[in-house]
Ligand binder design. Structure first.
Ligand code: GDP
Ligand code: MN
Length: 397
């Protein structure tokens, strides 16, 4: 689950990580009030108005702007709230901005003593360990840094048995070229950041930029946080931060009925049991000249009710031209799944608008094929993988 910048900063703050202060506003008036309050609390004269959407690169898309007085705060907030923000990380139509973060200006103009770093904490799946990735090249696209100057990106792996060790925090501060007060501040920052990451059950914390001010404070100016969905049951406070407006509407509905669904751009909908088989099925569709419209793992039960729910979710995507059902009957018997498919199809009536190819393999596969072939419905059955691929090809024509 992804969070907004302001929510990520709230978590950081609660673990003692220094952040650029800010207040969320939903309209220009709230923005002006927020700016006044920030001035009272921090003494800041200028403010940055930052669009809150689940996408990075907001600065490039015009979603982060500096306001030098309250009139500008009002104008800029008015412009940004309600706009369709297009950034290098959004789709072509962009994302609607519902709220902004009014933040204190932490860059002192003309100040050459400030520097921006990049820092993230994430899981290295290759080693199964958390790592801190950091760079002196902050404030810009880390992908670009990785491509052009990969030697400027450092990794520090954390041993799960010991957690982050003090020498590692010092090594990071050293590699970032810091000394004196800034060095000390950076070790504190890194230590608190790692604690925030691990104790919130996150799978990613990306702070770009981490700012060193000319008076040697180290702070998070941005925050991109992903909490592990599997941990939300024990992180109620964070689970409540979910903003469904930022998420794919079909995926939200699928989650509500307990289906493991990921929306994709293609034309062939998939219904599969097991994640591995789902991946193989997507390959099969590609080989047949189609493009998968989704990833869908229906899990262990594939009865009529479940199949119907899955049909309805898949068909919400207008791009779907055919549906491929690929079920392995291990614990679940193929004939029961076949009956489920037939019943679900009948229940759907006119709502079923596309041809269906069913491949059932495993216990009672032949019997299942018979049930489907005899149903008289526009369902093509197959037992072999290749057969299924050929049928997908055929119906796409
Ligand atoms: P992103 O573009 O979505 O990554 O959003 P960021 O929060 O990283 O902001 C983009 C850029 O805005 C940063 O890299 C900074 O250069 C700039 N910025 C952020 N906060 C301030 C600030 O307080 N003052 C000034 N002058 N610039 C800021
Ligand atoms: Mn950023």
């Amino acid at each position: 689950m992804n969070l907004h910048e302001y929510q990520g900063k709230e978590i950081l703050d609660s673990f003692g990580v220094r952040i650029q202060r800010g207040i969320v506003a939903h309209n220009s008036k709230e923005a002006v009030d927020a700016a006044k309050q920030l001035t009272a609390e921090t003494g800041t004269g200028w403010h940055v108005i930052k669009a809150q959407v689940h996408a990075g690169g907001r600065g490039k898309g015009g979603g982060v702007k500096l306001a030098k007085n309250l009139k500008e705060v009002e104008e800029i907030a008015g412009e940004i709230i309600g706009m369709q923000l297009i950034t290098p990380q959004t789709s072509a139509e962009g994302k609607k901005v519902h709220q902004v973060l009014v933040a204190e200006d932490v860059y002192y103009p003309g100040d050459s003593e400030t520097s921006e770093f990049y820092m993230s904490v994430l899981l290295n799946r290759a080693t199964g360990r958390n790592m801190i990735m950091y760079s002196t090249e902050g404030g810009m696209d880390i992908e670009e840094v990785a491509e052009k100057t990969p030697h400027l990106i450092f990794n520090e792996e954390i041993d799960p048995a010991t957690g982050l060790m003090p020498f590692q925090a010092r090594k990071i501060a050293f590699n970032l070229g810091l000394s004196g007060m800034a060095f000390k501040e950076m070790t504190k920052f890194v230590t608190a950041l790692y604690k925030a990451y691990s104790e919130s059950d996150s799978s990613m914390f990306e702070i770009n930029p981490v700012l060193k001010t000319s008076d040697d404070k180290i702070m998070a100016v941005d925050a991109k946080v992903t909490i592990d969905d599997n941990a939300l049951f024990r992180r109620k406070k964070y689970a409540e931060m979910r903003d469904l407006r930022e998420e794919n509407a079909i995926e939200v509905e699928a989650r509500a009925v307990g289906l493991n669904y990921v929306d994709l751009d293609g034309n062939v909908g998939c219904m599969v049991n097991g994640a591995g088989l789902a991946m193989a099925t997507m390959d099969l569709i590609k080989m047949a000249g189609g493009e998968p419209a989704n990833f869908l793992d229906v899990g262990g039960t594939a009865d009529a009710k479940r199949v119907e729910e899955a049909f309805r979710i898949i068909l919400k995507d207008d791009g779907v031209k055919a549906i491929l059902i690929n079920i392995f009957g291990g614990i679940v018997r193929c004939d029961r799944v076949a009956q489920g498919v037939v019943d679900a199809y009948r229940n759907m009536g006119d709502a079923m608008k596309v041809p269906i190819i069913v491949r059932l393999q495993g216990t009672n596969a032949e019997l299942a094929k018979e049930i489907i072939d005899k149903s008289g419905l526009a369902v093509h059955s197959a037992v072999q993988f290749q057969e299924a691929a050929d049928k997908v090809k055929e119906v796409l024509k």
